[in-house]
Design a protein around this ligand. Structure first.
Ligand SMILES: CC(C)(COP(=O)(O)OP(=O)(O)OC[C@H]1O[C@@H](n2cnc3c(N)ncnc32)[C@H](O)[C@@H]1O)[C@@H](O)C(=O)NCCC(=O)NCCS
Ligand SMILES: Nc1ncnc2c1ncn2[C@@H]1O[C@H](COP(=O)(O)OP(=O)(O)OP(=O)(O)O)[C@@H](O)[C@H]1O
Length: 203
């Protein structure tokens, strides 16, 4: 297995790059999706969230009210730390199991683990390569407002809930500049794939 840790700030283009790598044959694991899975109704993590924040953060059907919890935790560092302390260990455990499963199914698989908080949550899976998608803060905020319909203060709060670009660039083996055209991003992803295949086959 060749394990890539793919990180980057919110709306920096991680999913866009991951999708391209999947087209080339990579297996994709997405921490955001795993973070949804571990809080499904009946899970210990959801019970812990209700205990911590109250049943007002549940919707009528018993699922987590993500919009409401997001508005709360992205404007309150202490609340976010409490949520992270519940969700992150569960995501770490599940991702470890899924990575092991992907390796068992195909020992030569290229696995891309898309994890927005690689730096913040000190994710320490044994990555062969750490790839960072990078766009300036103003581009991140613009995308959140124009493409995802967030109001500017909420968009800014989400960007500022994460470490700045400098901290991510410090741990990067490869940086993909996502502030240009989509075509520019894709050509960097294609070059990355060529490098990965070469390294995997040499190992
Ligand atoms: C607060 C929640 C309910 C808001 O849900 P919502 O559906 O609006 O957003 P979603 O989960 O799709 O996240 C979108 C993006 O927000 C950013 N983000 C999410 N959680 C966090 C966090 N705790 N700290 C900083 N940035 C975060 C990431 O860039 C992520 O890609 C949700 O984000 C959550 O449960 N977060 C805690 C778990 C977590 O850290 N997830 C991120 C990867 S493990
Ligand atoms: N040069 C570019 N590279 C990547 N994405 C771009 C570029 N130009 C515009 N975009 C747009 O920016 C958005 C990036 O979203 P994407 O879901 O890939 O980011 P993400 O980092 O995965 O976000 P999140 O942290 O919320 O999961 C997409 O709508 C994409 O079309």
């Amino acid at each position: 297995m060749y394990l890539i840790g793919l990180t980057g700030g919110i709306a920096s283009g991680k999913s866009t790059v991951a999708r391209r790598l999947v087209e080339h044959g990579a297996v994709h694991l997405d921490a955001d999706q795993l973070a949804r899975k571990v809080v499904e109704p009946g899970s210990p993590a959801l019970a812990a969230i209700v205990e911590q924040f109250g049943a007002a953060f549940l919707r009528g059907d018993g699922t987590l009210d993500r919009e409401k919890l997001g508005k709360h935790v992205f404007h309150d560092d202490a609340a976010r730390a409490k949520l992270n302390a519940i969700v992150h260990p569960a995501v770490r455990e599940l991702s470890g199991r899924l990575i092991a499963k992907a390796e068992a199914e195909d020992p030569s698989a290229v696995v891309v683990y898309d994890v927005p908080l690689l730096v913040e949550a000190s994710v320490d899976h044994p990555f062969d390569l750490i790839v960072v998608t990078n766009a300036p803060r103003r581009t991140q905020v613009k995308r959140l407002v124009e493409e995802r319909g967030l109001e500017a203060p909420h968009a800014e709060a989400r960007v500022d809930a994460q470490v700045g670009n400098t901290a991510r660039l410090e741990i990067a083996d490869v940086v993909i500049d996502t502030d240009g055209t989509l075509a520019h991003t894709m050509s960097q992803a294609d070059a990355l794939w060529a490098r990965i295949v070469e390294e995997r086959d040499r190992a």
